[in-house]
Design a protein around this ligand. Structure first.
Ligand code: SAM
Ligand code: SF4
Length: 489
């Protein structure tokens, strides 16, 4: 297994933040499939045609849901300027890569993509690098790939219209690399990729400074949108027919309403769920330090707030958590889990884990395994530690050899697979409401997600409609998904 790969054992692409949807999930590697991978999704209505002869753009996204949503907003900015989005890179006037640098492998991928244009770039074509690699490497990108014309980090996206205007005016190289901003990236138009679930960023950046993580450098300081602006967008989404919204932030529950309403995150969950037309509200990623009882109470009280919390633990050893600067101990983390397990609704819990952090002993690793046993996660994204530029952990002693990281990762994945198998098998015979999101090529086979975010592949002889909510009875389970049939009315 390649270094830096994300291993998702659990709830598929929709669970964790900064999980590369394009990299192999354990379910695929083991030959199990989720039908969501061969779905036919209802096509999105496209924006009105531009008035002048349209310039075309191609936009490829690497990395997490926040990047995917940033790309939706970037596409909105370009469409509003009269550009037309194309699915193939060949012949596009503007080629943009929205990049991820959370692990080394992800960052390398971008430079290999850029290398393809060394000789192939056409006269007048614009090649741009957006996102975390842009922020991290800055103008160095022009040195390594002189054919690039635009470098813009995510903290500067609000400047994009201006940067694009400069390119249109004939400037050869433009950059947006600020991080000292207190603004968020809000646009009039966002071109959303999914017709039922809409992503919505409520807090950008991160102030937590975990010792292994590049996000505080690449996405800048934490800044929240006002509750009014969030609610206005949710109402607009409901009017446009979206029934599920997913509130996004690197530490979504650290949300701090900058308006005079000073709405708490848990109150925001409730008011968003109450917007007429909205049936489900998800949120990711929660930081354990800021996770309190009020969030559990919101889930208990309001059926529209989904019964799923993604609560990255990173390690089960307090010693390693300290070295990671995670700001909680194993005991404190487990207290948050106790709150979740005591809820009146069953809440599914997923996590992120890093193995092979500098100085992680065999005993520390055993503590991570015992924590997995204690919590019984419904899904986990497991990573080998990847040293990143500028991060404090880069200078730490006792690096763990690659083979040992791989061994620990294998053990962890196997343990988690068994936990998931058992957790999913418990659900056989139960009935859940599922948002119908995909139709398999196989006859009468459909797929979607339950409120818990579990993937449900189900049979229905009725002509279901994509986007409907149906009751599905679980008939069988695998570690990565549930199998069922539409329940009799
Ligand atoms: N903000 C979230 C939190 O606090 O848990 C996570 C967002 S992070 C961008 C997504 C995940 O990537 C992290 O939870 C962590 O497990 C993983 N990650 C971040 N930096 C990493 C590194 N240097 N090596 C390996 N995994 C890393
Ligand atoms: Fe990175 Fe830590 Fe911030 Fe999450 S909380 S984005 S892991 S610095």
């Amino acid at each position: 297994m390649a270094m830096g790969k994300a291993f998702d054992i659990g709830l598929g692409q929709l669970a964790g933040c900064c999980v590369p949807a394009s990299e192999a999930a354990l379910g695929e590697a083991s030959g199990e499939s989720t039908y969501l991978r061969d779905v036919q999704v209802r096509p999105q209505p496209r924006m009105a045609a531009p008035q002048k002869a349209a310039q075309t753009f191609y936009l490829e996204t690497f990395g997490c849901q926040m990047n995917e949503h940033d790309s939706e907003k970037v596409a909105g900015v370009l469409l509003a300027r009269g550009y037309k989005q194309v699915e193939a890179v060949e012949g596009a006037d503007v080629i943009l890569y929205n990049t991820c640098s959370i692990r080394e492998k992800a960052a390398q991928k971008v430079f290999s993509r850029l290398g393809e244009y060394r000789y192939a770039k056409k006269e007048g074509q614009v090649i741009g690098v957006l996102g975390c690699v842009a922020q991290q490497e800055g103008e160095e990108i022009f040195r390594r790939a002189p054919w690039v014309s635009l470098v813009c980090g995510s903290a500067s996206y609000r400047k994009l219209p201006q940067l694009i205007a400069e390119l249109e005016a004939g400037n050869r190289r433009v950059t947006g690399l600020d991080t000292d901003t207190d603004e968020t990236f809000e646009t009039e138009i966002t071109r959303r990729d999914n017709p039922w679930r809409a992503y919505l960023t409520i807090i950008e950046g991160c102030d937590k400074a975990c010792s292994y993580c590049v996000v505080p450098f690449t996405r800048g300081p934490e800044r929240s949108r006002t509750s009014e602006s969030i609610l206005a967008e949710v109402r607009h989404l409901a009017e446009a027919g979206y029934t599920e919204v997913q509130l996004l932030g690197q530490t979504v529950n650290s949300y701090a309403d900058p308006s005079t309403r000073r709405m708490r995150f848990s109150d925001l969950l409730v008011v968003v769920a109450e917007v007429p037309g909205i049936r489900r509200v998800r949120f990711t990623t929660s930081h354990p330090r800021d996770f309190g009882k009020d969030i559990v109470e919101a889930i208990e009280a309001v059926p529209g707030v989904c019964e799923h919390v993604h609560l990255p633990v990173q390690s089960g050893s307090t010693k390693v958590l300290n070295a990671m600067a995670r700001t909680y101990t194993r005991k404190e983390y487990l207290e948050k889990v106790t709150l979740l397990r005591a809820a009146k609704r069953e809440i599914s819990i997923t996590t992120d884990v890093i193995v092979g952090f500098p100085g992680e002993t065999e005993q520390d690793f055993e503590e991570t395994l015992s924590l997995m046993d204690a919590v019984q996660y419904d899904g986990a994204f497991c990573f080998k530690y990847s040293p990143r530029p500028n991060t404090p952990s880069l200078k730490m002693d006792d690096a763990i050899p690659e083979e040992e990281k791989s061994r620990r990762l294998g053990v962890l994945l196997e343990r988690q697979r068994e936990i998931q198998r058992a957790r999913n098998e418990r659900l056989v015979g139960k009935t859940f409401e599922v948002l119908v999101e995909g139709k398999s090529r196989r006859e009468n086979q459909w797929s979607g997600h339950a409120s818990s975010n579990k993937v449900m592949n189900f049979t229905s002889k009725r002509e279901e409609s994509l986007g409907d909510y149906v009751r599905v009875k679980v008939t069988a389970a695998t570690p990565n998904s549930l199998i069922g049939e539409v329940a009799a009315e």
